[in-house]
Write a protein that binds this ligand. Sequence first.
Ligand SMILES: [Zn+2]
Length: 511
Amino acid sequence: MRLLSGEIFLNGRTRKAVAFDETGIIAFDDEALELDVEFEELGSAFLTHAFMDGHAHPLFAGREHLGPDVTNAKSVAEMQKIVAAWLADNQSPIWAVGGAYVRSIVDGGVFLASWLDEVAPDRPVVLHGSDHHTLWANSEAMRLAGVLSEAPSLSVGSIDVDASGRPTGVFRETEAKELITDAIPELSMADELKALTWAHAELASLGISAVQDAWMDKGMVEVYLAAEDLGELVLRTNLAFWVRPESWRADAKRFIAERTRITALRSPKLSARTVKFFADGVFGSATASVKKPYDSSAGYLGDPVWSSEELNASVAHFAAADFQIHIHAIGDAGVAMALDAIEKAGCPANSVIAHTELVAEEDIPRFAQLGVIANFEPLWAREDGMLTSCLHHLGRERLDSMYRMRDILDSGAKISFGSDWPVSNPDPLLGLFTATHRALPETPEVSWTPHQRITEKEALHAYTLAVAQQLELTADCSDLVILSGNPLKANVLDITVLETIIGGQTVFARQ
Ligand SMILES: [Zn+2]
């Protein structure tokens, strides 16, 4: 058992002491101080619930980390340098698969295979875009995938081509991306576990104790099972099975079987209670589904991934099978379609709409009415390159009405936070700063949309207890974080994570 005294904030209350062990919190305040345990003084540090990430992709992040990491590259030349260095250091695997390139560095995200060919003329290179709805391949990767000379026709998404119809390197949305990714040899289980272990260590170092892995793709459930089996799973993780319009009826049985297998483990760390739908695409590629046409393309309303009839049927089917519903919806028409499907399925408990970037006025009250949790990625609510790259598609008025956290909270609905890592930085402290300032860290006084700011307490709740509710974890589980200062009072950007505690056990301690 541990007993800590000092500045403590738990379940919305300030405390002066807390005692806990691996079973949970034992006592607070005087009752805790009377226990026969030596107490640790927090001093200037601050203890609260550990952060939880309501929408992320740790295994994707880990897999990308095995390849060239261009996340922080500010130019194509810098990316070329990183790829060249990785290739020189890694003779195997043959394929260099990494990420995540910032799409807004090049106008329209039109990256060229030939730029990668300059540093990788004879080895396949694939880089994921930071939105993870696009990827950039070189010529050798396209050749091995059989799409070097001609772009196959697609039902959703697109492939960038030149005047003669030859692919030029960028593949947008799942169907297009899979032309390339299906050609990549599978990673060994040892590499998969290395990727997951790295990702969990990264998240633990940021004070995160639990995560919604929001997209189970081929082979991923096996990696989690292997990690759990070896006792290597660090964070509490709930898995979401990816429901696809073309195969959901056939896949449903497999999801149930895999859920049964995971439930039978009775693991305190691993669950698989959720199904994930994509209602639409993203704004950067103008594939999100909108109510009014894009400014960039006359009459064009984006690409809904589902027909509404089929989405309604599928959501109702999985709700009846007792799965939690988690729907990616970005455009206002995509959000409306997701709300409709949840409503028609009888409003299953703790349904989540993730991203909720653009919500029409008439749909704002529906989150509270239907009990839907709006999951936001707070770091997106600032005027950076990612946001401004959507300006020509959306126009100023629509762009400035994105991420209505204040309005949705005021409507009485619940909001939870996530990072969508590796789409964006998973650091919750940076997320708290952005939610409360809607500004860039270097210019905190210049708020993009100040009327949508939320308070420090609301933001902290959205990144802790609200996600616990979304993940259906009990609020008093002893997942705690010790921070160097109090984010409700001090400048959150000056604060660091000192210790992360999951189930009463320290999983990260700053040296
Ligand atoms: Zn995501």
